[in-house]
Design a protein around this ligand. Structure first.
Ligand SMILES: [Zn+2]
Length: 619
């Protein structure tokens, strides 16, 4: 605990920033002494080994315990570019919301295709291909069906024939470009506190003029807003139109939120976790000075990391209860064969690592060095000239064994359960090696969004037993797109997963020129937005979020609705599972049995199931 108040301990910068030799001397001496004391103390810190807030389950991927469910939802798609992307994205969204659904290609629809489905999602560009089904859709909605238009289609007579149920009074013949989104209150967590800029805006949305009985949840910002997501009750059924026109992984949460507006209520499982990873930390720190740190702080890189960067992010964590997961690099050589020599320069590992652990954080593996775990059969496609492939499986294995020995000697009572691939690159060989040779490694945290050569993941348990816990956003710039993706994931999985690297401060592409004060202010602003949007989100280490992903991925449910209640029958339930609940018909919640309830927003609730039967009584 003595290490907590580091900010006051020493300020090397002051010694370099002026003054006479004589008045500098005492400061410098005191500083040196303090640094020695710090190191001595850090070496002897016996951090308290903290119990995780959530234990990893020892059971693997569940195969057969899922309840037999009749598909409630039909997803009709067109076999064109937009239609198939819509199919892909909406399939991912529905399956992760645990909504049982069937898919049907446009060419195969018949007048009676809607059968007993309660929900219909149209991922269709040319509505004329739906033929006679169009008439059936109108009748079906009025009789209680729930229809979602997934993206703005081509404006045809066939589509216009649906205007009376969609609530469209008038529609311009050209599409409009939406530069920024304004969300209404009670639609998406964290959505209403600011407007969200749309990156790469194009003429994506229909310029519609709606009937008065439409309820608009998202619209373009500005004086003449274009409705982007709206709902309309059409007799006994509901209709949601998603006029956004961006179908990609980073927007899934918006489409999930739109889908959840259908019907009188919607329940879906969530992870409920906020994780912060620190890349290459602890790791050897470069000697010397860096342009922007020198400019703003007159400090060496080493001193800056210790006295400014770490102090700031440490205090940020303390303020919000963040638990950092630090990803260790033993050294920065490009050695890929031979004997991997132990790094003996361990003072900073002791100092930072112990502080991080003492504050409730976790240490994970990043690499012996920063060479991704790929063999010579891996194609870097000319993108990473400085990276070398490992010549053999054994060499790759030896390097990680050395890292494990190194970490075990530094942090003897810890188990290292989380791995982050250097540069987000790892091959099937590398993953297979970790899964089979290092049973302690339970989770791989690579990236969520696809990117060049990146190993990108979903939140799930893989067949080899490894839990995928992707990081969603990164860095200290936190640009418009990052903000939108963060909003999306907060609402889709109730997840925030951020990744920062101390050397972001050295790299112009990652914002160095704006200076650390501005970079840190961006991060603080994000953290503040996150924890004020969902004060009840759980701050977790890499292992804890992995444990949360296990429960989220395993759980399945059958819902039974009555006039006054929602009953959830859970399968693959262990000790807890989390659900987001949206009530659409203006009712409140009288009681919950088998779980605990937290109101997140006017119509959004978080449920922690504590039993495999959850009964929600509506008021
Ligand atoms: Zn790294």
């Amino acid at each position: 605990m003595a290490m907590r108040r580091k900010k006051d301990n020493f300020t090397p910068g002051e010694a370099r920033s002026g003054g006479t030799f004589f008045n500098m001397l005492p400061t410098a001496l005191v500083m040196c002494l303090l640094m020695l004391v710090l190191i001595a103390v850090a070496k002897n810190v016996t951090y308290t080994s903290q119990d995780p807030s959530l234990e990893l389950l020892s059971v693997g991927k569940q195969e057969t315990v899922h309840p037999v469910k009749a598909a409630a939802c039909l997803l009709i798609y067109e076999d064109d570019e937009m239609g198939t992307v819509g199919l892909e994205e909406m399939s991912a969204i529905l399956s992760q919301m645990k909504v049982p659904f069937d898919t049907l290609e446009c060419g195969d629809v018949e007048e009676n295709s809607l059968g007993s489905y309660g929900y219909l999602v149209l991922s269709v560009t040319h509505y004329q291909y739906l033929g006679d089904l169009l008439g059936s859709i109108k009748t079906w909605v009025k009789a209680g069906g729930n229809l979602m238009i997934l993206y703005p289609p081509e404006l045809s007579g066939s589509f216009c024939s649906l205007f009376d149920i969609l609530g469209i009074r008038d529609c311009g013949s050209s599409y409009t470009t939406v530069e920024s989104l304004h969300f209404s209150k009670d639609f998406m967590l964290g959505g209403a506190s600011r407007d969200f800029v749309v990156t790469d805006a194009y003429d994506s949305s229909m310029s519609v003029y709606l009937e008065d009985d439409c309820e608009v949840f998202a619209q373009s910002s500005g004086e003449y807003p274009v409705p982007i997501i709206w709902r309309r009750n059409a007799e006994l059924g509901t209709v949601v139109v998603d006029n956004l026109g961006f179908l990609e992984k980073g927007y899934r949460g918006i489409h999930c939120a739109a889908y959840s507006l259908l019907d009188s209520a919607c329940v879906y499982p969530v992870i409920n976790a906020s994780a912060f990873y620190i890349d290459d930390f602890p790791s050897p720190v470069p000697n010397g000075y860096a342009e922007y740190i020198e400019r703003d702080y007159h400090l060496s890189i080493k001193d800056f990391y210790t006295s400014v960067w770490w102090t700031d992010i440490y205090n940020l964590a303390e303020k919000y209860g963040i638990k950092y997961t630090g990803m260790v690099i033993e050294e920065y050589s490009d050695q890929v064969s031979g004997t991997f020599k132990r790094n003996t320069d361990t003072e900073r590992y002791q100092y930072f690592g112990n502080m991080l652990l003492d504050a409730g954080g976790e240490i994970g593996f990043h690499g012996f060095n920063h060479m991704p775990l790929v063999l010579e059969n891996f194609d870097y496609m000319g993108l990473f000239d400085s990276y070398r492939q490992w010549p053999s499986y054994q060499a790759m294995l030896n390097s990680v064994k050395e890292l494990k020995g190194f970490c075990s000697s530094l942090y003897p009572d810890r188990t290292f359960q989380v791995y982050v691939p250097p540069s987000n690159i790892i091959s099937g060989d590398g993953i297979g090696m970790l899964a089979s040779e290092f049973p302690d490694i339970k989770a791989i945290a690579s990236v969520y969004l696809p990117g060049e050569l990146a190993y990108y993941q979903e939140y799930q348990v893989e067949d080899n037993g490894i839990i995928s816990t992707p990081r969603v956003i990164a860095g200290y710039i936190l640009d418009d797109y990052t903000r939108l993706v963060a909003l999306s994931e907060l609402n889709f999985h109730l997840v925030s997963s951020h990744f920062q690297h101390p050397d972001d401060v050295l790299d112009e592409d990652r914002g160095a020129e704006m200076g650390w004060a501005n970079m840190f202010s961006n991060l603080s602003d994000y953290v503040d937005w996150l924890y004020s949007s969902v004060p009840s989100i759980r701050s977790m280490t890499g292992s804890e979020i992995a444990a949360a992903v296990q429960r989220y991925d395993y759980v399945d449910m059958v819902q039974t609705r009555t006039e006054n209640s929602i009953h959830l029958e859970l399968a693959n339930f262990y000790d807890e599972a989390w659900f987001m609940l949206r009530i659409n018909d203006g009712r409140g919640i009288a009681s919950v049995a088998g779980g605990e309830l937290t109101q997140l927003d006017g119509t959004l609730y978080l449920i922690r199931a504590t039993s495999d039967e959850v009964d929600i009584q509506l008021s």
